[in-house]
Write a protein that binds this ligand. Structure first.
Ligand SMILES: [Zn+2]
Ligand SMILES: [Zn+2]
Ligand SMILES: [Zn+2]
Length: 591
């Protein structure tokens, strides 16, 4: 009679302490036990759920999907411009299904993988263990296994990979489609550490190598991407209706100047915002409060001589962290205890300046003592499981108000959020960058888009000291077209992308004098070739990081010039012997 084999791991057997190594060898010799080598996976196996319902698209979604497929006949790359809440994910899933049926692989890129448990869960429910997830937070062993699962042609290989930008470098064996979701997102650009690359643009190149298609998705496309559709380089499919006929949120601008005139102290929460929160809480609806990270930090300052503690290694003010009662540098991680007296004048009374993120929560709790409040940002939630805990608590309505930074704008869908408040829009408006207008629009629209997802219109309140800034009218009307045309006029006038290519050259050196001298010489060399298209050298806003001084030179490369020859000229110049002693970093298409 045949007996069924039972396997036990050697390590398990030995750890039971009833048997030691030499006894084990004896049992093997007598043939009582047999030794077999087996490969065990570190990765979990996900079975698709038994009874999954067909994905049913609304008529609008169906039309959009057909248009995407039609566009793919003519174009390798298509932009899918769908407003927030238009149900892009269902359309992606349908497309994925069709590509899988052709026996090909799909790469689904997302800007922030730690926050996308919702999407991963949906895809796994549907496609089971055909779905692999890849990002740089996996261990090296796990990554090796994922590599094998991607390159394998066996039945248990991955057919759909959800990943952050580094997933581009996996060894796909038969790629049919790449989806770049939230294609406008800045985190697709990697600049520190090297290699510098823009994952969205690299995805298009990768697709070309595989003769695959690329679908770029966004509610607020990058100006460069939209321009490529206008030029006919990419196809375009637009969906301006939200799923289920839900209206886009009602957006109100709150004038903080008026609010503060009446009061003695600067207030974080205007009366209209407090009223909206009260109403939402009364109806058991949830609230998201968005706070831009810039402009919410606390530092120390001497009340007598105005001395401000700065980092020993960087040209940066140290930030006060209440939790550990310490000062920290956000650029190099340097920490020190809160000083008891001023370094310069020995005055024992150092004062706190600025509004910290903790203050935002504390004040809110005073207004709403019964409400459950949580915070989601990079500072307070270091670990992956901590993010997921907060997100799932919010999903399960264990949290009433979620306060967060940029993280709350990324790829999260909550169906009970009725109210969104933007605490201070001003620090997004004035940023010394040619993309600042575009970015402010993207950020404000994305945050607003979190409001009102199921059966009712959401409410958004934007607090600002500049209520007449033109960006607000565009956000209120969700007027992407005007944003696009305005941006294009401005960029043409001042020659910025897409009317040229930018290359940023950063020079770094320990000694400021050496840096100044060599940066000047380098700029002179560039000007001989690129003439008026050389900007700088100039100090960036932070001139010293990790003990190295830095200066930037920016080259504007005319689109009619050959990129290859420009590259060769730059290479030749920076490898001149005189520049040997200085660090030179190149960043093409800087963000
Ligand atoms: Zn002092
Ligand atoms: Zn530092
Ligand atoms: Zn911090």
């Amino acid at each position: 009679q045949q007996q069924k084999d039972v396997f036990i791991r050697k390590s398990e057997l030995l750890s039971s302490e009833r048997i030691n190594e030499s006894q084990l060898q004896a049992l093997l010799k007598k043939g009582i036990l047999e030794k077999h080598d087996k490969t065990l996976s570190r990765l979990k196996v996900y079975e698709p759920e038994k009874e999954i319902s067909e994905i049913v698209l609304s008529p609008e979604q169906e039309t959009a999907m057909q248009s995407i497929k039609n566009q793919f006949h003519k174009n390798n790359t298509v932009l899918f411009h769908g407003v927030t809440g238009s149900g892009k994910t269902e359309i992606y899933m349908k497309l994925i299904q069709e590509v899988l049926e052709e026996g090909k692989q799909v790469l689904y890129l997302l800007p922030e993988i730690a926050l996308t448990t919702q999407i991963i869960h949906r895809l796994r429910t549907y496609f089971g263990n055909k779905v692999g997830v890849y990002h740089s937070r996996f261990s090296e062993f796990e990554r090796v296994e994922i590599w094998q699962h991607v390159s394998d042609k066996t039945s248990d290989s991955y057919r759909v990979i959800i990943g952050a930008r580094s997933a581009l470098f996996l060894p796909f064996n038969n790629l049919g489609l790449i989806i770049v979701d939230e294609e406008h997102d800045m985190s697709y650009k990697q600049f520190e550490p090297s290699p510098h690359y823009q994952a969205r643009d690299s995805a298009i190149v990768l697709a070309k190598l595989h003769e695959a298609k690329t679908l770029l998705g966004s509610a607020t496309p990058a100006i460069e991407t939209y321009n490529n559709t206008a030029r006919g380089k990419y196809g375009l499919v637009s969906l301006y209706q939200r799923y289920g006929g839900v209206e886009l949120p009602n957006i109100k601008i709150v004038d903080l100047r008026k609010e503060n005139r009446k009061k003695q102290n600067y207030t974080l929460y205007s009366k209209p915002l407090l009223e909206s929160i009260t109403q939402a809480l009364a109806k058991k609806e949830q609230i998201i409060l968005f706070q831009n990270r810039r402009g919410f930090s606390v530092h120390l300052e001497c009340g007598l001589c105005n001395y401000i503690p700065t980092c020993k290694h960087c040209d940066v003010t140290l930030t006060y962290h209440k939790k550990n009662n310490e000062l920290r540098c956000h650029y190099c991680g340097y920490k020190e205890a809160v000083p008891q007296k001023c370094d310069l004048c020995q005055n024992p009374h150092m004062e706190m300046r600025g509004i910290g993120t903790e203050k935002v929560e504390e004040e809110l709790q005073l207004f709403f003592p019964q409400a459950k409040i949580a915070r989601l940002d990079y500072d307070s939630t270091r670990s992956k499981s901590a993010y997921q805990q907060i997100i799932s608590n919010f999903e399960n309505r264990k949290i009433d108000i979620l306060v967060g930074t940029q993280m709350v704008t990324k790829g999260l869908d909550f169906d009970n959020v009725s109210t969104v408040g933007i605490l201070n829009a001003d620090n997004m408006l004035y940023y010394p960058d040619f993309r600042s207008f575009e970015r402010a629009f993207q950020m404000l629209s994305q945050v607003s888009g979190r409001a009102g997802r199921k059966n009712k219109q959401g409410q958004v309140l934007i607090q600002t000291f500049n209520p007449h800034h033109p960006i607000f009218q565009l956000v209120i009307c969700n007027d992407y077209q005007t944003l696009f045309h305005k941006s294009m006029i401005e960029r043409k006038q001042f020659t910025y992308p897409p009317f040229c290519r930018l290359i940023k050259i950063t020079l770094k050196h320990k000694k400021q004098e050496t840096l100044d001298k060599l940066a000047k010489m380098l700029a002179v060399e560039f000007k001989k070739v690129f003439l008026g298209s050389v900007l700088g050298p100039e100090y960036p806003p932070i001139m010293k990081i990790k003990n190295l001084y830095q200066k930037d030179i920016i080259l504007k490369i005319n689109l009619s010039k050959s990129l290859v020859s420009s590259k060769n000229i730059i290479k030749k110049i920076i490898s001149l012997p005189v520049f040997k002693s200085i660090q030179i970093h190149l960043d093409v298409d800087p963000y």
